[in-house]
Write a protein that binds this ligand. Structure first.
Ligand SMILES: CC(=O)N[C@H]1[C@@H](OP(=O)(O)O)O[C@H](CO)[C@@H](O)[C@@H]1O
Ligand SMILES: [Mg+2]
Length: 542
């Protein structure tokens, strides 16, 4: 480690005085102007992580659904997963170190994590379309090179595309080819093969309206559309040519406001979807003939996908186990439908995809989705091999089902939730089953729900248990929530400190919208009273 060079370069990426940032649920997020030093330091850290894991590591510059002025960075581990928790701590330490302590902190991390500093390092970089992203990714590169690491800068990519690249490189092509062309071809081939069967049965070409949040998803979908156009026509809105990133559009806006994005023309019963700013989330929606808006969120996506996979497994008569992983935000109706009607086991984890991903790895086929539309499906190695074998050995109808499963495996981005991949999966399933968006929506009816945010002096005063569904501290809060919940029918409520914003989130559901709203408000007041609320009354939304 050339410590002098590090000191010299670090001086070009000065940490603002007194700024403390935390590697949270999705890496570092802040106003872009505060992040230059973090980027440089994450370049350094990625080199250490690469040396330690003897693998390629990814660095993605994005702040996802957050405003255009924000930015962020996260590291991607060897198989395309989120950074390991022990390294999240190293990341926080390094990002917050004062200039004069940088060398010591780097040495500490190398020692604690037993990094062999002599090894080579390789890092891949991607960025979203924010005006600040290009310069910030240059700072990452500065950090990588000063520690002697090699790199490949992919430039503009969606977050899940970078996860895919990391996975491809570390499996030496086993997962796919580590190029944008490789990504387009792998997914499109699987999609076209799957949908060919639907079109044989007379279905006409299908079309879908896509709100791209004025982000990277628009660029990538435009590049990709001609690869799969024989199966699907996409019409892009909010493609970044005029509007601002994530402003009044995108998956997060649509989910939290439960209304359509601006800038999209919706006719009744047309199938529409929204990506978020880095294209790792997707939600669907439509307007019915009475003009009413219907949201189809991550829970309904998980339901559609798991019921389709379960049907295919029944056809091939193979007893691979399938599990669905949700968080406390999953609508109660979805959990009931999955457990009672579909007879699929459902598990609840803490919020944040790394928790869901981890749990989903326990099954032959693990389906995970957050209600906000971030999710994917994981297939165990054994399940993949079994399905491949069945696709060769079985005959007729069973072989067809096994082939479909095989294509499904290739269509999912198993490294991370991916709006483009999930969109193609959903479109394939709807086509194959001949389902309209209304029929899909009618699988079950969501319980009315409401989310509020409450500002408190210190949100860490609230601690939770049971996958965040019960509050442990402050004393008396859970009892207060229990008493309030008893006042309403079919009700449920919980509170938890956000991992990405300085707020406490309140969730409530009940038999009517008025009840859900009133329960959420009452729980928010209890939080204010027992956990030191500050400022105005609770705010609507996420
Ligand atoms: C209720 C909700 O949607 N929470 C989001 C949000 O986390 P919070 O810890 O709730 O701020 O951002 C995470 C990262 O994008 C995402 O994984 C999660 O689902
Ligand atoms: Mg995102």
């Amino acid at each position: 480690m050339d410590l002098d060079a590090i000191t010299k370069h670090s001086a070009l990426h000065i940490k603002p005085n007194g700024l403390i940032l935390q590697y949270g649920t999705a890496g570092f997020r802040a106003k872009a102007e505060h992040l230059d030093h973090v980027m440089f330091r994450m370049g350094l850290l990625a080199v250490l992580r690469s040396k330690q894991t003897k693998s390629t590591i990814g660095v993605m510059v994005t702040a996802s659904h957050n405003p255009e002025e924000d930015n962020g960075v996260k590291l991607i581990d060897p198989l395309g997963e989120m950074l390991a928790p022990s390294w999240e701590e190293h990341a926080t330490c390094l990002a917050n170190a004062e200039e004069q302590d940088m060398q010591r902190v780097l040495m500490d991390i190398s020692e604690k994590a037993a990094v062999d500093l002599q090894r080579k390092a390789f890092v891949v970089i991607g960025r979203d379309t924010r005006p600040s992203s290009e310069k910030l990714s240059q700072s990452v590169i500065d950090g990588i090179t000063v520690l002697g690491g090699q790199f490949h800068d992919y430039g503009l990519l969606t977050t899940p595309q970078l996860h895919y690249m990391v996975c491809c490189r570390n499996t030496h092509g086993g997962y796919g080819t580590a190029t944008i062309e490789g990504y387009y071809q792998k997914l499109s081939k699987a999609f076209v093969e799957l949908t060919k069967q639907a079109f044989c049965s007379g279905d006409e070409n299908r079309s879908l309206k896509v709100d791209c949040a004025n982000g990277i998803g628009a660029l990538k979908l435009r590049e990709m559309e001609h690869y799969f156009s024989q199966g699907l026509t996409v019409q892009l809105f909010n493609d970044g040519t005029k509007g601002k990133l994530n402003h009044l559009c995108g998956a997060d806006f649509v989910k939290s406001h439960q209304k359509p994005p601006q800038g999209m023309e919706m006719k009744s019963n047309e199938r529409c979807c929204s990506f978020d700013g880095d294209a790792d989330r997707i939600v669907y929606y439509y307007r019915d003939t009475d003009g009413q808006f219907h949201l189809i969120d991550g829970d309904k996506i998980a339901t559609l996908i798991s019921s389709f996979l379960k049907e295919l497994l029944l056809e091939v008569e193979e007893s691979l186990n399938i599990g669905v992983v949700q968080t406390a935000y999953a609508n109660g109706s979805s959990t009931r439908y999955l457990e009672e009607v579909m007879k699929v086991p459902v598990y609840c984890t803490k919020t944040g995809v790394k928790h869901l991903h981890h749990k989903a790895q326990e099954f032959d086929i693990g389906v995970y989705f957050e209600a906000n539309g971030h999710g994917t499906v994981l297939f165990s190695k054994a399940a993949e091999m079994k399905i491949k074998q069945l696709a060769e050995e079985l005959e007729d109808k069973k072989r067809k089902a096994a082939k479909m499963l095989e294509n499904m495996i290739n269509l999912f981005n198993q490294a991370a939730g991916d709006a483009i991949s999930d969109m193609l999966v959903i479109e394939a399933i709807l086509a194959l089953k001949g389902l309209t968006v209304q029929q899909w929506d009618a699988l079950y009816t969501d319980l009315p729900n409401r989310q509020l945010k409450v500002k408190v002096v210190d949100r860490q005063l609230i601690s939770t248990t049971d996958a965040e569904r019960r509050a442990v501290t402050p004393p008396g809060l859970q009892e207060a929530i229990d008493d309030l919940v008893k006042k309403y029918k079919l009700s449920r409520a919980f509170v938890r400190p956000s991992g990405t914003e300085d707020v406490v989130r309140v969730y409530a559901e009940a038999d009517s919208q008025a009840s859900a709203d009133s329960l959420a408000r009452e729980v928010s007041l209890a939080v204010c009273q027992l956990a030191g609320g500050v400022g105005e009354s609770p705010q609507l939304g996420f």
